[in-house]
Design a binder for this molecule. Structure first.
Ligand code: ADP
Ligand code: MG
Length: 246
């Protein structure tokens, strides 16, 4: 289980996340929706500690970290938490000079200290899972966007993180290419992968999510099932936002 309690994040005094409280059950998918600039990416980055909140508490499974404005967070505490997470970015962010397989094995070998053979087996297993084993020796620039994103998902999953964080994983893709990425994400959801995903794609959000969270101006306006938010929003702002996208 993942919990965020009273998370606050500011940039130069500008409060970007305001008193965020959120619980994510293991094996469920949470989607974050909201206007550009509402804080979706910052929220994801505060879970893998690419950004450090000023205050609040984050728990991922057995790992807990408390943020206070005056205390510096130690590198080892950041690593302890960030290793529980895998991240998929809008623009894939593959290492351009490495093959699909090497993109996956690199972190296993250098960060997680796996031996090469074990990393190769894990890399091939994951490439197979995302339907990309036939491209194991291909460089990213020879792959379509959808193929690159599938490799990026495999890379993020390689060390078996407790949670997969996805920041607009289909936004850079044409509809046809986004379909193949959605299919992979849906399969992962069915298998019980814990995921938190920011998306503009309401259909994806509705299809895949156990919980949908609507953020606006750094606040959680409303959260609930896809049915609750998309059909029976309690807050007018939620309904307006959903109407503006559909
Ligand atoms: P979203 O992903 O919902 O579009 P973001 O989390 O990217 O929103 O941004 C939320 C707000 O935080 C925006 O106003 C953005 O300009 C600001 N912001 C995000 N990252 C930084 C940063 N590194 N420095 C300063 N402001 C930032
Ligand atoms: Mg964003």
């Amino acid at each position: 289980m993942i919990t965020l309690s009273r998370i606050e994040k500011s940039f130069d005094g500008n409060r970007v996340l305001k008193n965020i409280n959120l619980t994510i059950e293991e094996g469920t998918v949470t989607t974050l929706i909201g206007p550009s600039g509402s804080g979706k990416s910052t929220l994801l980055r505060c879970i893998n500690l690419l950004e450090i909140p000023q205050s609040g508490e984050l728990t991922i499974g057995k790992e807990r970290i408390t943020f206070t404005p005056d205390a510096r967070i130690k590198g080892q505490d950041i690593r302890r938490i960030s290793r529980q997470t895998g991240m998929v970015f809008q623009n894939f962010a593959l290492f351009p000079h490495m093959t699909a397989l090497d993109n996956i094995t690199e972190g296993l070998i250098t960060v997680h200290k796996w031996d090469r053979e074990r990393a190769r087996r894990r890399g091939e297993e994951l490439l197979n899972k995302v339907g990309m084993l036939h491209k194991r020796d291909a460089l990213p620039n020879t792959l379509s966007g959808g193929q690159q994103q599938r490799v990026a998902i495999a890379r993020a999953l390689a060390p078996s993180p407790a949670v997969l964080l996805c920041d607009e994983p289909t936004s850079a893709l044409d509809p046809e290419l986004s379909g193949e990425v959605v299919a992979v994400l849906r399969q992962l959801a069915l298998e019980g992968t814990t995921m938190i995903m920011a998306t503009h794609d309401l259909r994806l959000a509705a299809n895949i999510a156990s919980q949908v969270v609507f953020l606006e101006a750094g606040e959680i306006v409303e959260s609930g099932s896809a049915n609750d938010l998309f059909l029976h929003a309690k807050k007018p702002r939620t309904a307006e936002f959903i109407a503006s996208l559909s």
